[in-house]
Design a protein around this ligand. Structure first.
Ligand SMILES: [Cu+2]
Length: 156
């Protein structure tokens, strides 16, 4: 009888700790939602996103413009901290076939949305790198970066 009680106690302790663990996992995995808009004015509404190392972000890019995708498409490309942003943006201008993500510099991209036409939106889930610092993001549609369609994810 005594042994059976002990068994029940340890069984419920096991169940409780298991439950606690799954709750903690769910909390850690819930991404923080961030909405970024891009318009015909060739601007993102945000220039800085502050984030914690390793945090998971659910970034939604909304093209709130009305001009056609061929003339005024937008994307959001998050680059590595040490990426050469100017070189990437320059190479992107001739990468129309791959929606302005230059194949040769793909290794510098941490995450990107598809190229969006007017009134379209896309969502990406992005795990912020563990290393602190400023991670640049740009719109790689030709000339948009040059006129200021850029920002940083500031990880600290
Ligand atoms: Cu753009």
């Amino acid at each position: 009888m005594k042994t059976r009680n002990l068994f029940l106690v340890s069984l419920s302790a096991l169940l409780l700790s298991g439950l606690g663990q799954s709750v903690a996992l769910a909390a850690a995995a819930a991404p923080r939602a961030i909405e970024i808009t891009a318009g015909d004015n060739m601007k993102f509404n945000l220039a800085t996103i502050e984030a914690k190392p390793g945090e998971v972000l659910k970034i939604t890019l909304k093209n709130i413009g009305t001009m056609p995708k061929e003339a005024m498409g937008h994307n959001l490309v998050i680059l590595k901290k040490d990426a050469d942003v100017n070189a990437f943006a320059t190479a992107a201008t001739t990468a129309k076939a791959t929606e302005y993500i230059p194949e040769s510099l793909k290794g510098q991209v941490l995450a990107h949305t598809p190229l969006l036409g007017p009134r379209k939106s896309a969502e990406i889930t992005f795990k912020v790198p563990a290393e602190t610092g400023d991670y640049p993001f740009i719109c790689s549609f030709p000339a948009h970066f040059m006129v200021g369609m850029k920002g940083v994810i500031s990880v600290k």
